[in-house]
Ligand binder design. Structure first.
Ligand SMILES: Nc1ncnc2c1ncn2[C@@H]1O[C@H](COP(=O)(O)OP(=O)(O)O)[C@@H](O)[C@H]1O
Ligand SMILES: [Mg+2]
Length: 524
C-alpha cells in the first residue's frame, strides 16, 4: 500500500471530531474571558479569606490580623464577580452531617484496608457497602430503601471514589482537572481553562481523595513527603501537593488519559498538522529517521509521538519506555516498559535510563522513549548512533535550537565528563529531525517546525528548517491564527534517505506552493 493510500485508509476509518461547545451549563460564569482575565481572577481568589474547614497550618499564614493580606485583598476586590462567589455556596444537603459522620465511621472501620493494593476495586466496594449498610442501619434514619441506597452510594463515592471529581473524570470533553483548593476546581476543555461549580466539602475530603489515590499506587503523602505523582486505574496522571508546600491547602492536577488517542487525521482536522507535514512525517518514520518531538508542557508532544509511532510498520519490534504509560500503539509487536519510582523506603527505583539500557538487549527494531529528561539522553544518542535507527522521543524545549541545547545539558547530566564538542557530535549524528509543536494563543496546538539536524560547522550544530510556521498572516476575527506551516523551499537532505527507503515523495511537497493531493490520487 502506498503512503497516500495508508493515510487515506486511516482517514476513512475515522469519524469527525465533535465541535467545540459554545458554552458549558456547568460554568458559574462566562467562559469567553481570555487567559489574562482568568489569571487575574485566580490571583484575586488567592487573596480571599481562607474558607472554613481548611487546614490550620494553611490558614495561619493568612490570619485576619495580618495587615498585608488586607491590602492585597482590597486591590483586587472587584475581580471575582459576586455571582461567582454566590454560586460557590452549594445547596445545603440535609443529610450532609449524617454522610460525614458515616464516612468517618467507615474510615475508622476499614481505613487500613482502603490502602491495601491486594484488594481489587470490586472487593473493596463490596466490603465498604457491607460496612456502610450496617453503619446506616445503626443511624435509625427514617428513609425509604431508595433513599438509603442513595445515601450509601454517596458515602461510598466519597470514601472509595474521587468525590466531586467523579463526574469530571467521566466527562470525556475534559482533558485536565485542576484542583487549586478544595473549593476551586478548574478544567481544560478544548484547550481552554474553565472554572467549574464542583467543589469538595472541605479540605478533609480533598485530602481523603488524595490519600486514597496515592495509597493505591503504593505511595504515601504527608508532611515529610508532600508531593506525589501517581496514576489512576484508567491511566490518568495525577500530581498531588499538600501543605506546607501548597500554601492554601492541598492541590491536585489530573491529566486525563484520553480514551482513544488522537489519530493523524484528528490532528489534521484540529489544524495541528497539514497533510503535507503528515505525509513527510509518515515517510520520515518509515525511512527510520531518528526523530525528536520538541515542545512545552501540554503542547501535545506525547500525542504527536503516539501518532508518529503509529506510522511504524507492523512487522517491526517496538519497545516503548515511559515514566507512566501513555502511548497506545496499535501494532502487535510492542513491548511496553514503565519506570518505577523508589518505594517508601527509598529503594527499588528503576529509571528510564535503566530501561533504555535494558531495551538494547531486547532486540528492538525501534525504541520509543516517552520523554527524555535526564541521563537516558546519552544512552538514547548512543543507541541511535549504533544501529538502532528510527528511534523516536520527546523533549521539553521551546524551539528546535532550544531542543539541541537542552539535549546537551541532559547529556552533561549523565556525568560522563564528555567534552562539549563530543556531545554535539553525538547529537548531530544521532538526531535527524526535530519536530517542534507549540500551543498557540488561540488554544490550538500546532506543529511549527520540521527541522533537519544537518551536522556540525565548527563547534556549532547546524539546523535547517524544512517547514516552518508562517505567522505573518496574523489572526482572524475569532482570534485564531490564519497562517499555516509552510515548506521553506529548501529540500532537506533526509529526502534522500526517504527515497533510499523506497518511498516516493513528490518534490513539490518541499516547495512553497499548495500541494495538490488530487494530483497523486491523494488523501481526501
Ligand atoms: N493537536 C492537539 N489538538 C488538541 N488537543 C491536543 C492535541 N495534542 C494533544 N492534545 C491534548 O492536550 C493534552 C496534552 O497532550 P500531551 O500529548 O499529553 O502533551 P505533552 O506530552 O506535551 O505534555 C491532552 O489532553 C491531549 O489530549
Ligand atoms: Mg507528555
Amino acid at each position: 500500500m502506498s503512503l497516500y493510500e495508508r493515510l487515506n485508509a486511516r482517514k476513512n476509518g475515522q469519524g469527525a471530531p465533535s465541535s467545540e461547545p459554545e458554552s458549558s451549563p456547568m460554568l458559574p460564569q462566562d467562559s469567553s474571558e481570555g487567559q489574562l482575565g482568568l489569571n487575574a481572577r485566580l490571583s484575586a481568589q488567592r487573596a480571599e479569606p481562607p474558607a472554613e474547614g481548611m487546614d490550620e497550618s494553611a490558614s495561619a499564614a493568612q490570619s485576619e490580623s495580618d495587615p498585608s493580606w488586607f491590602i492585597v485583598h482590597r486591590d483586587l476586590e472587584s475581580a471575582p464577580p459576586a455571582s461567582a462567589s454566590q454560586s460557590r455556596n452549594p445547596p445545603v444537603d440535609p443529610l450532609a452531617a449524617v454522610k460525614e459522620k458515616a464516612a468517618q465511621e467507615l474510615f475508622g472501620r476499614i481505613g487500613t484496608r482502603l490502602n491495601d493494593s491486594s484488594l481489587t476495586e470490586e472487593q473493596l466496594h463490596d466490603l465498604a457497602r457491607k460496612e456502610l449498610a450496617e453503619i446506616v442501619a445503626g443511624e435509625q434514619l427514617a428513609l425509604t430503601t431508595a433513599e438509603r441506597n442513595r445515601l450509601i452510594d454517596d458515602i461510598g463515592a466519597d470514601v472509595l471514589g474521587y468525590g466531586p471529581l467523579e463526574s469530571l473524570l467521566a466527562d470525556s470533553s475534559v482533558s485536565e482537572i485542576m484542583v487549586n483548593r478544595f473549593d476551586r476546581i478548574y478544567v481544560e476543555r478544548n484547550g481552554r481553562l474553565q472554572e467549574t461549580a464542583y467543589r469538595f466539602t472541605g479540605e478533609p475530603q480533598l485530602r481523603r481523595v488524595i490519600e486514597r489515590i496515592v495509597a493505591r499506587v503504593g505511595r504515601r503523602i504527608d508532611e515529610s513527603s508532600p508531593l506525589v505523582d501517581a496514576r489512576l486505574d484508567d491511566g490518568s496522571r495525577v500530581n498531588a501537593i499538600i501543605p506546607p508546600l501548597a500554601v492554601d491547602g492541598a492541590s491536585l492536577t489530573i491529566r486525563k488519559f484520553a480514551g482513544t488517542p488522537y489519530t493523524v487525521h484528528d490532528l489534521i482536522n484540529f489544524g495541528s498538522l497539514t497533510r503535507e507535514v503528515a505525509t513527510v512525517l509518515d515517510a520520515a518514520v518509515q525511512a527510520k529517521l531518528n526523530i525528536l518531538v520538541s515542545g512545552g508542557t501540554g503542547t501535545g508532544k506525547t500525542t504527536l509521538l503516539n501518532v508518529l509511532s503509529a506510522f511504524i510498520p507492523g512487522n517491526e519490534r517496538i519497545i516503548t519506555i515511559e515514566d507512566a504509560v501513555e502511548l497506545q500503539l496499535q501494532q502487535e509487536h510492542v513491548v511496553r516498559l514503565e519506570s518505577r519510582p523508589p518505594n517508601i523506603e527509598g529503594r527499588g527505583e528503576i529509571t528510564i535510563r535503566d530501561l533504555v539500557r535494558n531495551s538494547l538487549r531486547m532486540r528492538p527494531d525501534r525504541i520509543v522513549v516517552g520523554e527524555v529528561r535526564g541521563a537516558e539522553s546519552l544512552d538514547m544518542l548512543q543507541a541511535m548512533n549504533t544501529g538502532h535507527e528510527g528511534s523516536i522521543s520527546t523533549l521539553h524545549a521551546n524551539s528546535p535550537r532550544d531542543a539541541v541545547s537542552r539535549m546537551e545539558t541532559l547529556v552533561l547530566m549523565a556525568g560522563m565528563d564528555l567534552p562539549l564538542r563530543a556531545i554535539r557530535e553525538q547529537i548531530a549524528s544521532a538526531i535527524d529531525v526535530i519536530v517542534q509543536i507549540s500551543r498557540h494563543k488561540d488554544g490550538v496546538r500546532r506543529v511549527t517546525h520540521i527541522t533537519e539536524v544537518h551536522g556540525m560547522e565548527g563547534d556549532v550544530i547546524t539546523l535547517q528548517d524544512a517547514f516552518s510556521f508562517d505567522y505573518s498572516a496574523g489572526y482572524d476575527q475569532e482570534g485564531r491564527l490564519r497562517g499555516r506551516i509552510r515548506p521553506t523551499g529548501v529540500r532537506p537532505r533526509f529526502a534522500e534517505r526517504i527515497a533510499d527507503a523506497g518511498i516516493v515523495l513528490p518534490m513539490s511537497l518541499f516547495q512553497d506552493q499548495i500541494f495538490d493531493f488530487d494530483e497523486i490520487g491523494g488523501i481526501r
